[in-house]
Design a protein around this ligand. Structure first.
Ligand code: GUN
Length: 284
């Protein structure tokens, strides 16, 4: 019998905790502020940015939104980030990815001040995560860890398989699981014996960006399945990287799409904004 881990419920609990922390800061005259930059008109990015704004409203965080045209020049984006870096009333800066192809993503991410880097994408913050001594954790992997904690799922000594090696999800996910004493394997597009590796996993994190990539024959009985994929199908419906209907029968826990990992990413962003605000006001 499987249990669905509801990202809606867990993220609500996190956001309520954040709202309490924000209220306590307000009582001391401190207002938290998150600036979100969106370049271009990618519909999925627009949805994410709108959801971030709604979460800020719920938590009592002031949100600033900068929507720039797709043809924005690198210098213009740099100028905006430098302005936000210097603005003491702005605690967190997030530049929604992917950026249009002509922009240098790496240069942009490296420019955001590490103490305002609520995505934890700056190399300085990535380095802190590597050595297990960090202020911010990347939003999606940290959201997944929160879901596992909420369900009292221990990773100690477990075989965890992460499918996908992105800087945003796969690599930091592996680091966080390792910190919890898991034995971690990262699989990717060149992995040769994928089915064999995944079928030995106690915990599977699927972050490949391919609909129904993880099939029931790859899943060990009783595995915990975390689906990071958000794939838009031709009929407009969202579909994860996991064949949910078939895999759920073998799982002990499984996350749905939508309503699984997605809301957790945003809840962690709220948490990171509080952390940034506290650090900048010497409260942490
Ligand atoms: N695009 C997809 N996921 C993310 C994220 O976590 N942060 C940012 N900035 N862009 C994204």
């Amino acid at each position: 019998m499987y249990k669905i881990i509801s990202g809606k419920d867990v993220s609500q609990a996190v956001k309520c905790r954040v709202a309490d922390e924000i209220k306590a800061l307000k009582d001391e005259g401190i207002e938290a502020c998150l600036a979100v930059i969106l370049v271009g008109d990618d519909p999925a990015s627009r949805v994410y940015v709108n959801n971030k704004k709604k979460a800020c409203e719920f938590c009592g965080i002031r949100s600033l939104e900068y929507v720039l045209p797709a043809e924005t020049k690198q210098e213009e984006l740099i100028e905006l980030i430098e302005k936000l870096n210097a603005d003491k009333s702005v605690n967190g800066i997030l530049c929604q990815l992917p950026l249009p192809k002509h922009l240098d993503e790496k240069a942009v991410l490296n420019l955001i001040k590490p103490e305002k880097d609520v995505d934890a994408f700056h190399p300085e913050n990535v380095g802190h995560i590597m050595i297990g001594d960090f202020n911010f954790l990347p939003c999606t992997p940290a959201g997944i860890m929160e879901m596992l904690r909420y369900e009292n799922i221990s990773l100690d000594g477990k075989n965890c398989v992460v499918i996908g090696r992105s800087n945003i999800v796969g690599k930091p996910m592996a680091m966080l699981m390792l910190k919890e004493n898991a034995t971690v394997t990262i699989c990717h597009s060149r992995t040769q014996n994928l089915k064999e590796i995944v079928s030995g996993a106690d915990v599977i994190v699927a972050a490949v960006g391919r609909p129904n990539f993880v099939t029931a024959d790859m899943v060990k009985d009783g595995a915990v399945i975390i689906d990071v994929g958000i794939n838009r199908m031709e009929d407009g419906k969202l579909c994860g990287d996991v064949d949910f209907e078939a895999c759920k029968e073998k799982a002990s826990y499984i996350t749905p799409v939508p309503g699984g990992v997605g809301p957790m990413t945003i809840a962690t962003l709220m948490q990171n904004t509080v952390t940034a605000t506290k650090i900048q006001n010497s409260k942490e």
